[in-house]
Design a protein around this ligand. Structure first.
Ligand code: NOJ
Length: 557
């Protein structure tokens, strides 16, 4: 019988390559994670989402798996993994693994077999088609890869093309083949029997493609979505894996749901659907980001509306709350301004705005110390998304390069992947060797060691917030109400249960804002937490919020 343990959980996401390196090779590893488990316990989190540690040639840093039942030697061994799992469980921390089954690596045994001949038993594990045009030299349709360019790669050996909705070394699996579905079930059961507590299912909304793979509506960047986002058999396939695997263990299954709008969510996550427990929505990320890579100014009313729409899902749905992960820029850089002066206030205000919402919050490594984006020269970007964008623009229209560089300076996934800043030492306490990726020079000021010592640090603020959530019925089950929806600077909401409510007020702007708050009927309510030491201890009808100030009051009755 499944419990809903994740409703009382705060997750911490580990991107293993950049978390902690135990052997000086410059790459984070499992023993490094083990060495930091006491730190995580002390932070108060009780579940970890671990980005992929499976065998992989790393064209997309582990999101291209070549063996689902083994650990990438860079990270350690299966024995190390079991020890880590055991040590997590001893500390009351659950482990949710990444499950990447929309695609594999082209170095996976199945694909190496599949490409050999049209009658190979593994041929139908992937999506192969003849090309268009007389000589078949045009891709089978106009769908695009999420990393730019065509989603098809021609393979000379059999004169056919294979589909890859991400990099060309990430061929899409053919879920319409029952053998593929059985493989996925077996993989899940392999890890769940070992004691893993669930999965974060990578791009799970893409697994079912429309029959015939029709041409997509013209769109030079993201073409074909209408034929594979929440495709025709998605529910059938999720129900199958759920009944044959996930539901047999006490799991939490969260799906990365690109393209899933709030109106689609219920069909995937309502408890009686027996599909997923929750989804990672992109709607919030899209408010200030177009086509997944182009930054635009934040429109706060729209931002609040998206959050509120998701908060208002029916009671049998559960939310995933996040501002950061390994694919998103650092939230202080993204939503804040004037970081030299206000970085701490911004980080704490953002934490408040998220951690009082209904759902399971995720803290991405480094977010708890307010890590920022990094400045990179063009040649210093490593990630496939930025490098592909640069190479296509250089080829197709070089005058756009300055714009592309500007966009990547704000949006590249590299920003989230710089090594975790443990200390001010060279190597930032992450490694004693040469780090696989540039370390942010600001680790001299921004690091765990100094935050641990400072009672007013972002880290200590996170600890307070996380402990405040524990067993807190108002935060877990209370109703949600957005106040002042059109306000351009303030995000104000109320969470209420059985006559008590939290009033959460967050100033998202650098300027001081006055609010007539008489309608909130909260006069005298007591201050629970704030990122300014001298915030008024009791609620008054006139509220003056300083730059990036956050205040939470508890109202009785
Ligand atoms: C989403 C993952 O979060 C991202 O890092 C990856 O590149 C794509 N899916 C493809 O697996």
């Amino acid at each position: 019988m499944k419990t809903r343990w994740y409703k009382d959980a705060v997750f911490y996401q580990i991107y293993p390559r950049s978390f902690c390196d135990s052997n000086g090779d410059g790459i984070g590893d499992i023993r490094g994670i083990i060495s930091k488990l006491d730190y995580l316990k002390d932070l108060g989190i009780n579940a970890v989402w671990l980005s992929p540690v499976y065998k992989s040639p790393n064209h997309d840093n582990g999101y291209d798996i070549s063996d689902y039942r083994d650990i990438n030697p860079e990270f350690g061994t299966l024995e190390d993994f079991k020890e880590m799992l055991d040590e997590m469980h001893k500390r009351g921390i659950r482990l949710v693994m990444d499950l990447v089954v929309n695609h594999t690596s082209d170095e996976h045994y199945w694909f190496r077999e599949s490409r050999k001949s049209k009658d190979n038993p593994y041929r139908d594990y992937y999506i192969w088609r003849k090309g268009r045009g007389k000589d078949g030299k045009k891709p089978p349709n106009n769908w695009t890869s999420r990393f730019t360019g065509s989603a098809w790669k021609y393979d000379e050996l059999t004169n056919e093309w294979y589909l890859h909705l991400f990099g060309e070394k990430q061929p899409d699996l053919n879920w319409d083949n029952p053998k593929v579905r059985q493989e996925v079930i077996d993989i899940c059961n392999f890890w769940l029997k070992m004691g893993v507590d669930g999965f974060r299912c990578d791009v799970i909304t893409y697994i079912s493609k429309r029959e015939g793979l029709p041409m997509g509506k013209f769109n030079p960047v993201m073409c074909g979505d209408e034929h594979f986002v929440l495709g025709p058999k998605i529910h059938e396939y999720l129900k199958l894996v759920n009944s044959e695997s996930w539901s047999k263990f006490d799991t939490m299954i969260v799906g990365e749901a690109i393209g899933c709008k709030v109106g689609d969510a219920e069909s995937l996550i309502a408890e009686d659907r027996n599909e997923l427990d929750s989804v990672i929505t992109f709607e919030l990320m899209e408010v200030d980001m177009k086509m997944n890579f182009f930054p635009v100014k934040l429109n706060l009313p729209k931002f609040k509306k998206v959050i509120s729409d998701w908060q208002n899902l029916p009671a049998n749905c559960w939310n995933t709350l996040y501002y950061e992960n390994h694919d998103q820029p650092r939230s202080v850089s993204r939503y804040g301004s004037n970081l030299l002066v206000y970085r701490k206030e911004i980080a704490k205000m953002l934490a408040v705005s998220l951690h009082f919402l209904r759902g399971t919050p995720y803290v991405y490594q480094g977010q708890e110390i307010g890590m920022t984006n990094i400045y990179l020269e063009e040649k210093e970007y490593i990630d496939i998304m930025a490098t592909q964008i640069f190479s296509i623009i250089r080829k197709v229209f070089p005058p756009l390069m300055p714009l592309a560089r500007w966009a990547m300076s704000k949006r590249a996934r590299d920003h989230a992947r710089t090594p975790m800043q443990w200390s001010a030492k060279p190597g930032c306490g992450f490694t004693t060797g040469k780090p696989w990726m540039k370390i942010n020079p600001n680790h001299a000021d921004i690091n765990v060691e100094s935050d641990l010592k400072n009672p007013n640090s972002i880290l200590n603020f996170y600890k307070e917030l996380i402990s405040l959530r524990k067993g807190n019925a108002i935060i877990r089950d209370g109703s949600y109400k957005l106040h002042f929806p059109k306000h351009k600077s303030l995000f104000v909401y109320e969470r209420a249960l059985e006559g008590k409510s939290y009033i959460v007020i967050c100033n998202f702007k650098e300027k001081t804002v006055h609010l007539n708050a008489v309608d909130l009927k909260a006069r005298g309510a007591e201050l629970v937490i704030s990122n300014y030491k001298d915030a008024p201890k009791h609620f008054t009808d006139g509220q003056t919020l300083r730059p990036f100030e956050a205040r939470v009051y508890l109202k009785n009755g």
